[in-house]
Design a protein around this ligand. Structure first.
Ligand code: ADP
Length: 374
């Protein structure tokens, strides 16, 4: 059993004015792949290092399985960690790099050989066992670093930005390999990254951290479709969700112009779609891929906004449009068959079923009527 539990965990570094991790509660199930994601400095590595035993815990408890590990030395925690800077021993070949940790722990020769052969087979390194690190590609070296963790057969794998030194193509490949590794090893993985694409593609569940506080903890689809607040909504997704200040009026919604040209108003029975709020001051959020340009399909109810096309970025499979409407900049991701010109006037359609509302007061998401709760 290698579940991990954080109970009211606080980390305050010596001399720091405020805590880096501010009382987080988190339960990671046995065999789950959980990704800690958030902007630089939000406390991801600190949280991971507290699981590893590389940082003291200021307050609260961290439990691995059913053991409180606050005072347990790292070597007794049955974890293995892979870092961004996975320095291999340059004078040792791959086999020696893989076996070194087990030798130190005085494993019998036959057991070391067995584990090294198995790890090499899993990682496709069998034919490179006699090579020195300098004769390996970046991806192969990263696999050796993973192999050093695998041979330990730990209950928990901890990974801190393990792919950030690799080039973009290799990152995509290793991302898939690590995910397959998890499926094969059936062990708990906790993975730290600042890259929201890695989080979305790899995680069973995502922990989104900001300033030492968990903003949301859920499966990727829920994080994307029901972001708990404006921070989550704009952190996950590229280009990010468009966010506009709007006001609720007697008739519906109005959007104050950014360029001082008055409000743009929509008649809409807000109550029919959203529930559980009295606020008048709101944020509207709409993902770029949900915006329709000059929509002709009247069966899709939309809010309409006249816009000017400012910039077009063809990406091949899709096109990014940068629009200006009511003084606001708006990103849209459209099908490449949508033909528009820079400077052209278009109508951006915001499907009623697709936009989000958040409270301006605390930026929290307002629930839709049909979704049953938050
Ligand atoms: P992340 O991994 O999300 O980028 P970290 O957990 O590394 O963030 O760091 C969070 C904050 O804690 C940062 O502001 C950082 O400067 C601070 N911090 C990290 N390590 C130490 C340390 N050893 N001493 C003092 N402050 C630290």
């Amino acid at each position: 059993m290698a579940s991990i539990n954080f109970s009211k965990v606080v980390k305050q570094y010596e001399g720091a004015k405020e805590a880096t991790v501010k009382g987080i509660d988190l339960f990671i199930r046995d065999k789950e792949f959980v990704v800690l994601v958030g902007p630089s400095g939000c406390g991801k590595s600190t949280s991971l290092r507290m699981i590893a035993g590389l940082e003291d815990i200021t307050d609260g408890t961290v439990t691995i399985g059913d053991v409180v590990v606050n005072n347990l030395p790292p070597k007794d925690r049955d974890i293995a960690m892979v870092f961004q800077n996975y320095a291999l021993y340059p004078h040792m070949n791959v086999r020696e790099n893989l076996s070194f940790g087990l030798k130190l722990r005085k494993f019998p020769r036959s057991e070391i050989d067995k584990r090294v052969e198995e790890a090499a087979a899993i990682l496709g390194l069998t034919e490179y066992l006699d090579r020195l690190p300098k004769a390996l590609s970046g991806g192969q070296r990263q696999r050796v670093a993973l192999g050093r963790a695998i041979v330990r057969e730990p209950k928990v794998f901890l990974m801190d930005e393990p792919l950030s030194n690799l080039d973009a193509k290799l990152r995509v490949q290793m991302r898939a390999e690590i995910k397959k590794l998890h499926q094969r090893l059936k062990t708990t993985f906790v993975y730290v990254t600042h890259d929201q694409v890695e989080a979305m593609t790899m995680a069973d569940r995502i922990v989104l951290l900001h300033e030492g506080i968990i903003q949301q903890y859920d499966i990727p689809a829920v994080i994307y479709e029901k972001p708990a607040n404006v921070f989550v909504a704009t952190f996950i997704g590229s280009p990010p969700m468009n966010i506009f200040k709007v006001n609720r009026t007697d008739k519906g919604l109005s959007m104050p112009a950014k360029d001082g040209n008055g409000n743009h108003s929509w008649d809409m029975a807000v109550n029919e779609h959203f529930t559980g709020f009295d606020d008048k001051e709101l944020f509207m959020g709409i993902r770029p891929e949900h915006i329709l340009i000059d929509n002709q399909d009247k069966s899709v109810p939309t809010l309409q906004l006249p816009c000017r096309v400012d910039l077009i970025e063809p990406m091949g499979a899709e096109t990014y449009l940068y629009l200006v409407g009511n003084g606001h900049s708006i990103n849209a991701r459209v099908d490449p068959t949508v033909r528009v010109q820079v400077g052209q006037q278009v109508t951006a359609h915001i499907p009623v079923a697709a936009f989000h509302l958040f409270k301006q007061s605390d930026t929290r998401r307002i629930a839709r009527k049909n979704e049953g709760g938050a």
